[in-house]
Design a protein around this ligand. Structure first.
Ligand SMILES: [Zn+2]
Length: 241
């Protein structure tokens, strides 16, 4: 039993090393994902601004076109006024010209307001474009770093995976399955020492009778609370290299 426990402890050491490497490795794609989200977010904002800008531009151009034809009309009326000889017709025409001039003035002001809004939006588009450009460059850089790191970790993990073999070959398949099941459910830690009557995996106090059984190291015992496999470090010192 002591040899089996020792084997499990060594296997746990290798698995803990793999677990830590995987944890560090996974931070790289997570960072890339964060930047990618910023790229997508900025692209969406830019798209929405561009479409708003398009609507404003079209509205302004329509107004400008309308204004042009109204001014044309005004010029014809003014010409008619110059040529008019009848007093009544001339005063009616003059009133209409005044009214039309006021209308044209309003349309011109509206077109100007739209142009101002376009300028504000254009400035915003430039700002967001510059930010997006920065995030895209950052994304390329972080992606390259992430890919290189993942490859580096893969080779380190491969070496450790190969190391596991020298311990797993001494364990019965059902025990190995049990160990791996606990490890996967318990944050990578399946085999833990006991100390001062407690399980060092979950810090819970063990029943005194169970604690004594663990100290004898003749059977395989698990923590009633976290279900991890327990061992007494000092008692196994002679078998743990
Ligand atoms: Zn425990």
């Amino acid at each position: 039993m002591q040899e089996t426990l020792s084997c499990l402890i060594q296997l746990q050491k290798v698995d803990s090393a793999i677990f830590e490497l995987v944890k560090v490795r996974d931070q790289y794609p997570a960072r890339v994902k964060q930047i990618q989200a910023k790229v997508e977010e900025h692209s969406a904002v830019l798209e929405s601004l561009s479409s708003k800008l398009g609507v404003l531009r079209e509205e302004r151009q329509t107004k400008e076109q309308h204004l042009k034809s109204e001014e044309e009309k005004l010029r014809k009326w003014e010409k008619r006024l110059m040529e008019s000889k009848k007093h009544h017709e001339a005063s009616t025409l003059a009133r209409e010209i005044d009214a039309q001039k006021r209308l044209n003035q309003e349309v011109q002001e509206e077109a100007l307001r739209l142009l101002e809004q376009e300028e504000v939006l254009n400035k915003k588009v430039d700002e967001i474009s510059a930010e997006l450009d920065g995030f895209r460059k950052e994304y390329d850089k972080e992606k390259a770093i992430s890919d290189a790191k993942i490859a580096e970790f893969a080779s380190q993990i491969q070496v450790l995976e190969a190391d596991r073999g020298q311990f797993t070959k001494h364990l019965k398949p059902n025990l190995l399955r049990k160990y791996e099941g606990i490890r996967d459910r318990r944050n990578g830690l399946a085999v833990v020492p006991v100390q001062d009557g407690c399980c060092k995996g979950c810090s819970m106090s063990l029943p005194p009778q169970l604690y004594n059984i663990v100290l004898q190291a003749n059977t395989m015992e698990t923590c009633p609370s976290c279900k991890r496999i327990l061992y007494w470090e000092e008692g196994l010192e002679h078998v743990i290299s």
